[in-house]
Design a protein around this ligand. Structure first.
Ligand code: SAM
Ligand code: DTB
Ligand code: SF4
Length: 325
């Protein structure tokens, strides 16, 4: 299919994706930027705010994650935040320029009950402020996805994290198919899908390409694709991983942009390890969204003033809030 002169496909082969990923860097960035500009003519960057509404104590064994209870990472397990606390944070994020507010909970899955009811209340509150609301709460059932949709949830984040081949080295407590099932439930409920992954977990280039290929070959591309660089956290099995080179982030983002021309590609975790020029190169390669604020969920992120200064000096304009609630 052609969209604004750009080809949108769902049948990418590994060889094709690998050929893109391995292009000379400037050629790859040029092609990605060409696709990007055809689709996103205004060339703005969306500022998103991230809040950990329920931190730590998670029963899963994701090898990268500081919030898994089984690893001694110093992250304390906390209770779910209260609705007013979350909405206060959302209101501050909005005042600081966020147009999307993402709430993360260290749960394996959503359980029905008062806690889920509170999350639905948070979603309603964020939407009432005129921001997009995104949540990442682990696995959901069909009925829970429908309730999230009814509360007004814009998007649900659930990452594939890596290729299906590399997945077993990273997580054993839920399968790749479990993840795909959750994504299908979210999609069927009419909620936008936010799905991406992490690079720098010891995967091969083919693993990265296979992750991107799995995302792009779905019947519908995820509307939002977060690309994270592993933040190695002491106490997790991946604590000693060598930090991924910024150029690999640029390649991954550029390839994602070409494969999924209409998606928001989000430069997510890992910006602390990147200099300003590398972050700008990621934006040149098609990243059109950032998480701002000093903290991601539990790890650090650049200072707000530093990010604003970077956008200002590069003349990059943030996306304004939408008119509809
Ligand atoms: N528990 C829910 C889940 O796993 O779906 C939601 C929260 S989880 C922390 C959200 C995502 O954060 C993970 O899927 C992973 O991609 C990313 N993430 C977690 N720890 C990370 C790290 N150390 N470095 C980079 N990304 C990380
Ligand atoms: C995503 O892909 N990255 C964000 C968001 N989705 C929820 C989370 C990054 C978390 C990094 C590790 C931490 O701060 O705990
Ligand atoms: Fe739990 Fe999510 Fe961390 Fe995995 S990534 S351990 S599911 S909080």
């Amino acid at each position: 299919m052609l969209f604004l002169g750009v080809s949108v496909r769902h049948d990418w082969s590994l060889a094709e994706v690998r050929a893109l990923y391995k292009l000379p860097l400037l050629e790859l960035v040029y092609r990605a930027q060409t696709v990007h500009r055809a689709v996103f003519q205004e060339n703005k960057v969306q500022l998103c705010s991230l809040l950990s509404i329920k931190t730590g104590g998670c029963p899963e064994d994701c090898a990268y994650c500081p919030q898994a209870a089984r690893y001694k990472t110093g992250v304390q397990a906390e209770k779910l935040m209260s609705v007013p606390e979350v909405l206060k944070s959302a209101s501050q994020a909005r005042a600081a320029g966020a147009t999307r507010f993402c709430m993360g909970a260290a749960w394996r899955e959503v359980k029905d009950g008062p806690q889920f009811d509170s999350v639905l209340e948070m979603v309603r509150g964020v939407r009432a402020m005129g921001m997009e609301a995104c949540a990442t709460l682990g696995m959901v059932s069909d009925a829970q996805a429908r309730r999230l949709k009814d509360a007004g949830l814009t998007a649900y984040n659930h990452n594939l994290d890596t290729s299906s081949e590399h997945y077993e080295d990273i997580i054993s407590t839920r399968t790749y198919q479990d993840r795909l099932n959750t994504l299908a439930r979210v999609r069927d409920a009419g909620i936008s899908v936010c799905c991406g992954g992490i690079i720098g977990m010891g995967e091969s280039v083919d693993d990265r390409c296979n992750l991107l290929r799995t995302l792009a070959n779905q019947e519908m591309h995820p509307e939002s694709v977060p690309i994270n660089a592993l933040v190695p956290v002491a106490g997790t099995p991946l604590a000693e991983q060598k930090r991924v080179e910024s150029v690999e982030m640029v390649r991954t983002i550029a390839t994602a942009r070409i494969l999924m021309p209409q998606s928001m590609v989000r430069l997510s975790a890992g910006r602390m390890q990147m200099n300003e020029e590398a972050q700008l190169l990621c934006m040149m390669a098609g990243a059109n969204s950032l998480f701002f604020g000093e903290k991601l969920l539990t790890t650090g992120n650049p200072e707000y003033t530093q990010d604003m200064a970077l956008l200002e000096k590069a003349g990059i304009r943030p996306l304004e809030p939408r008119q509809e609630p």
